[in-house]
Design a binder for this molecule. Sequence first.
Ligand code: IPM
Ligand code: MG
Length: 363
Amino acid sequence: MNAKITLIPGDGIGPEIVREASAVLQKVADVFGHSFTYEEVLMGGCAIDACGVPLPEETLKTARKSDAVLLGAVGGNVGNSRWYDVAPNLRPEAGLLGIRKGLGLYANLRPAFLYPELSQACPLRKEKADAGFDMVIFRELTGGLYFGARRTVVREDGLREATDTLVYTEEEIRRIAVKAFDAARLRRKKVTSVDKANVLDSSRLWRAVVNEVAKDYPDVTVEHMLVDNCAMQLVLNPAQFDVLLTENMFGDILSDEASMITGSIGMLPSASLGEGRMGLYEPSHGSAPDIAGKDVANPLATILSAAMLLRYSLGLEAEAQAVENAVAQVLKEGYRTGDIMSEGKERVGCRSMGQLVRERIEK
Ligand code: IPM
Ligand code: MG
């Protein structure tokens, strides 16, 4: 098949990890006989430096014309005044929020499971790590606090006051819930919907709409959990979760927590999807400016994001599995980047890790 892929390396370690992951895509194309073309565009801090804005019009245009977008990471040290002493809508992260919204990618899938090979890196007690877990978070990505009106004013009494607004429409809740239930059907058939319905109106609407959607999925068990309890349950008994469905801000926080119990945030891919097949794929971690350019970053989250790209945007399931198998194989053979290093294993850099995965991709 022919596919057009937009590459957005971004900032920090972004260029290194996208280089390895796009080379993995090319290896898949060679082995399976596909033809992928790549177009590289700017977003984030590098776009601010080159064009004065974090999301140039050109970037959005190129992304819209492609079948899928592979993104590294954006942003830098908050001490970087060129990027951060400006209005929030001009900071590197605004590029990321802008492209998610601009492409209508409202469903953010973040799988979190424990590779048996990495159970030593799991910070939970041994018996919990040994029990394993395998969940996927469905985070709503284009609504809620991230996109509601905000303002900071100085009141008449001289005190500053800041407001952020949490808005959800019934439609926004329904479409992400449908995606979560569809996914649960293909997994262990359980949806845990997370909210704060004991306090928030938006959460009460969330719960009501999820219950309405659940009626169409009698084969899927639905359960509601308050977000504070969920934060606790994730470390107490992660094996209970299959599909975890939640709004934007709760999903941001819970997905970092879920990723950490897998041993390293350097392992976790993500997919952001909308109505069609086009999607944006990025590691769940950030740009790690402190280790940028040193060839020590873990490219596996980005490589696994490329596997999700093959699966969801291109419909190439066998190819996606070939990449995932290659990653599992490399781990089994004992190769580790610094973040997942443990005793007796062989430490490798970003480039070698990418190379090792590519060598193990087969039809
Ligand atoms: C994430 C990140 C972003 C978010 C930031 C960089 C805006 O934390 O993708 O989880 O909050 O969505
Ligand atoms: Mg986050």
